[in-house]
Every structure is written in structure tokens, then in C-alpha cells.
Ligand binder design. Structure first.
Ligand SMILES: Nc1nc2c(ncn2[C@@H]2O[C@H](COP(=O)(O)O)[C@@H](O)[C@H]2O)c(=O)[nH]1
Ligand SMILES: [Mn+2]
Ligand SMILES: [Mn+2]
Length: 294
């Protein structure tokens, strides 16, 4: 699961023996390692919007899974907006333009965005396969000409778009990745295990804020209608044993909206839409001390 190399202290994550069954993984690690138990692991109350920002801090505003339903979302004060994917329903260029216009109307100094499984046109491999496979599944996407979506990322002029890449903002190293465990064959879906681990292995150490579309195992990843945990086991091991960011932000599982901590990393599932795709979960704000300030 995690090995420390001999010459340097770099930790290597390997595929977990419970990788393919996150519900079983959760039960096993909870019983045998108390891995998801208090006092370290617990829920966190969100900061009220009117709480003053402490001196020497940056305020992050987290949203996710807005699914082209941004009208009416009340956006709080903050410095940096983080959107962790599913900003559209299908990744149609018209939806991306509308989302970009919304971003342009917001006052934050920086806006950082990743894609989710609904941003089909952002996933080049998915689009290449679409014509060969299930033409009628996404008719409006299949109708697009390559020139309509080849540069779809360039429509996001009002934010920094991350895809297996990082940016440093106000001294914070922020890394973003769109991948989620395979579920119904959407964009950026990969099998659990080595395929996803290969993506997580691209995340550098010393990242302060990790943005993914989906949750890690055990932290706001419960799907009540199926009585299942669906978070990625390799993502959890990568976050807790190798990267150790101060903040891990995601969405993906709309029912998991809320905050938790493991005593070191704060985990925020900021899904704006509920499971019935109503955009009623408020944006979550989080303050972090600026790097280098004491
Ligand atoms: N059992 C699983 N359910 C999942 C998974 N990923 C998503 N979901 C469910 O769908 C909704 C909406 O997700 P979206 O990507 O279509 O916006 C989510 O809230 C879950 O209820 C999964 O991997 N396994
Ligand atoms: Mn979603
Ligand atoms: Mn999603």
C-alpha cells in the first residue's frame, strides 16, 4: 500500500488489496486500523460567511458540480475560487461559454477550475471513442464537429484550468486532476487500481491544495441510495501517505457535501448540486494561513 524508498524518504503507493471494493476497504481499515475514527477523523463545521478572515490568511471559496445551474447561487466573499468539476451537463461549448461568463461576473482575484466526468468534450480520448461506440447516448455531443470542441479549454478565459497540472497562487501550490473511478462510462473515467494510481502518482509532494473531481475513500463518499462507499482507495493512500496536502477539495458525490478532517488534511466535498441536481448546497469557504507566515 505504501513503501518508503531506501535512499530517499520518498513514499511509493502501490495498489491497495481492497482497491476494487471501497465499502469493504472502509470496513476493513476502520475495524483493523481505526482509520476513520475520532479523535483524528471528525466532521468540521463550515466557516460562517461573515466570520472575519484572520490576518495573514487566504480565503478559498469552494464550489463543485454546478451542472450549468449557477443562476441564483449566492457567492460569499473570498480571495480564490476553487471549482472541482461538473460545471456543465455534457461539456457542450455553449455550456462552457455560459459557465465562463458566470466566472467573469465573480469578484475573486483568482479562479481555479478542473473538469469532471460531465465535461465530455474536455476528455480527448472519450471524444475519440464516442463516434465508434454508443452514438445515441449523447446525441448533442456526437453532433459536434471536431473543430467545435478541439480547443474547448480555450473557452475558459476567466479562470485557470488545471488538468494533471499545478499552479502557484499567493504562495499556495494547487494541483488539479479530473479522474474518477469508472461509473457508467462518462468522461475522465478510469478503472480503479493501477490506472487511477498512475494519475495520482503524477501529483507532486509539497502540494498545499489538491483538487480532484471525486472523493477519496471514507471522506464524504457515501452514496445512501446504494449503501456504498465509492471513494478511491488509491487517492486516499496518496493523500494521507505521500502528498499530505493541507486541503483536499472535490465534489462528485453530491450526497457527500460537507467537511471533514483526518487531523492534518481538511477534506471538503463542495458539491453545489444535490443528488436531485438542485443547486442548493451553499459554497464552502475555508481559510488557510499564507505560506511563510507564522
Ligand atoms: N454508486 C456510485 N454512484 C455514483 C458514482 N459517481 C457518481 N455517482 C452518483 O451519481 C450522482 C451524480 O454524479 P454525476 O457525476 O452524474 O454528477 C452522485 O451524486 C452519485 O449519487 C460512483 O462512482 N458510484
Ligand atoms: Mn456531478
Ligand atoms: Mn461527476
Amino acid at each position: 500500500m505504501a513503501r518508503r524508498g531506501s535512499s530517499h524518504s520518498k513514499v511509493t503507493i502501490t495498489v491497495d488489496e481492497y482497491s476494487s471494493n471501497p465499502t469493504q476497504a472502509f470496513t476493513h481499515y476502520n475495524i483493523n486500523q481505526s482509520r476513520f475514527q475520532p479523535p483524528h477523523v471528525h466532521m468540521v463545521e463550515p466557516i460562517p460567511y461573515d466570520a472575519p478572515k484572520p490576518a495573514g490568511h487566504t480565503r478559498f471559496v469552494c464550489v463543485s458540480d454546478t451542472h450549468s445551474r449557477t443562476d441564483g447561487i449566492q457567492m460569499p466573499y473570498g480571495d480564490v475560487l476553487l471549482h472541482t468539476g461538473d460545471f456543465t451537463e455534457l461539456g457542450l461549448p455553449s455550456e462552457v461559454k455560459k459557465f465562463n461568463d458566470w466566472l467573469g461576473s465573480l469578484p475573486y482575484e483568482y479562479k481555479v477550475v478542473i473538469a469532471g466526468n460531465h465535461e465530455l468534450t474536455f476528455d480527448k480520448d472519450f471524444m475519440a471513442d464516442l463516434v465508434k461506440q454508443d452514438y445515441y447516448r449523447f446525441p448533442s455531443v456526437s453532433k459536434l464537429r471536431p473543430e467545435d470542441f478541439d480547443n474547448v479549454q480555450s473557452l475558459l478565459t476567466n479562470c485557470i484550468y488545471l488538468q494533471d497540472s499545478e499552479v502557484t497562487i499567493k504562495g499556495f501550490r494547487i494541483y488539479g486532476a479530473p479522474w474518477t473511478p469508472w461509473f457508467n462510462g462518462w468522461g475522465f473515467n478510469l478503472p480503479r487500481g493501477q490506472s487511477l494510481l498512475d494519475k495520482w502518482n503524477q501529483i507532486p509532494e509539497d502540494i498545499d491544495i489538491l483538487m480532484t473531481h471525486g472523493p477519496p475513500l471514507g471522506f464524504r463518499d457515501w452514496v445512501p441510495k446504494e449503501l456504498q462507499r465509492v471513494g478511491c482507495v488509491e487517492l486516499l493512500n496518496t493523500v494521507q501517505r505521500r502528498v499530505r496536502p493541507k486541503l483536499h477539495v472535490y465534489g462528485g458525490i453530491h450526497e457527500g457535501y460537507g467537511l471533514m478532517t483526518d487531523g492534518y488534511t481538511t477534506f471538503i466535498n463542495s458539491s453545489t448540486c444535490t443528488v436531485s441536481f438542485q443547486p442548493t448546497n451553499p459554497p464552502i469557504v475555508f481559510d488557510l494561513p499564507n505560506p511563510g507566515s507564522s
